[in-house]
Ligand binder design. Structure first.
Ligand code: NCD
Length: 353
């Protein structure tokens, strides 16, 4: 692994190795304080963040490395109209690893074409968020002892929730996982995710109600309705507050079910659920820091490429997804990939029409 753009790019063996390292770090963090000594991470956050940004920063500091970057792109030359390519060329000249979050889908993939050092996708629009998935899998494995064979309910905005898409991708690497996809119809998983589930023969059931399926779940993964991704504010108004997990609803859940959430929470988990022993979302955020330490220990120590491979110049945007990075960076090559036999944009996964 050179970059972490999409969890699907990791093999099961690579994940097992990362998890092993994360576990060893949790058990004896003092043994890792020199792991990234002298290494520098760039942290480019074009979108708001609390956990991902801070947990990456603290992960690097706890490994003995340092961090620079921005949490507000208006403080960098992006505000002067610099392209993503040029920003990445520069930043990867200064850093040993680049961590980036953007509102544009496929931006981390685009950055990886031009970077001299490994790129980590810390969230690209409504597309993917693989390091949140590392936090999620670490939580399930530490607390339930395994991921294979779990019944997992994903609840909320499954259309725009990138953590959900990454988690589904990851589960193809495990055996016997069954999904309950709980969402309003208009916020169901995107077509490319449904194609992925079918291609990998992963059993899933799409439902609109939470209460009926709760008793069957080993993990309930709640998500926020992603207000910033809605083009139509009325669509958000129709769907906000649609799922609220309460203590009463939890009464019917298994005794050892985990309630997870990538956070931030808006109103989808009532505050009094926090004291239920099954509520593990704050612990999940802490595990995320250890998982990111395991990742940085590997990526920040990889050799720098003095020359990056040549990239064909794009002449026409192939993708019509308005949130795709190819819409704002027209020099990108027109890369196509297949998802379940359908031609899709290799940056954002949207089906090409
Ligand atoms: C998530 C994200 O940014 O996608 N947050 C996180 O990284 N923990 C979830 C969200 O914003 O709803």
């Amino acid at each position: 692994m050179r970059h972490l753009i999409d969890f699907g790019d990791l093999s099961r063996e690579e994940w097992d190795e990362l998890y092993d390292r994360a576990s060893r770090i949790m058990d004896a963090p003092e043994q890792f304080i020199e792991t990234c000594r002298g290494k520098v991470a760039a942290s480019l956050f074009y979108e708001p963040s609390t956990r991902t940004n801070f947990s990456f920063q603290t992960a690097m500091l706890r490994l003995g490395g340092t961090v620079f970057g921005f949490a507000d792109p208006n403080s960098s030359s992006v505000a002067k109209g610099e392209t993503l390519k040029d920003t990445i060329k520069m930043v990867s000249s200064y850093a040993d690893v680049v961590v980036m979050r953007t509102p544009w889908e496929g931006a981390a993939k685009a950055a990886s074409l031009y970077s001299h050092v490994p790129v980590v996708n810390a969230g690209d629009g409504g597309h993917m968020h693989p390091t949140q998935t590392m936090a999620d899998l670490t939580t399930m494995t530490r607390l339930l002892g395994k991921v294979d064979g779990l019944s997992i309910g994903l609840c909320g905005d499954l259309k725009n929730g990138r953590t959900v898409h990454s988690l589904i991708k990851a589960m193809a690497k495990f055996k016997g996982v069954r999904f309950f996809l709980i969402s309003p119809r208009e916020l169901a998983v995107p077509e490319y995710m449904r194609a992925f589930l079918q291609e990998h023969q992963m059993p899933y059931t799409e439902v609109t109600g939470l209460e009926a399926v709760i008793p069957q779940l080993d993990v309930l993964y709640m998500t926020r309705i992603q207000r910033e991704r809605f083009v139509d504010p009325l669509e958000y108004e129709r769907n906000k507050g649609i799922y609220i997990l309460t203590r009463r609803k939890l009464e019917r859940a298994k005794e050892h079910m985990l309630v997870m959430h990538p956070l931030p929470r808006v109103d989808e988990i009532a505050v009094d659920v926090d004291d239920d022993p099954r509520a593990v979302y704050f612990q999940q955020a802490r595990y995320g820091m250890f998982a990111r330490m395991a990742l940085l220990a590997d990526l920040a120590n990889q050799p720098r490429l003095e020359r990056t491979p040549p990239v064909e110049i794009g002449t026409r945007p192939v993708c019509s997804n308005p949130r795709c990075i190819t819409q704002t960076q027209p020099y990108l090559p027109p890369l196509v990939k297949q998802n379940g036999g359908v031609d899709c944009c290799a940056f954002c996964d949207a089906a090409l029409r």
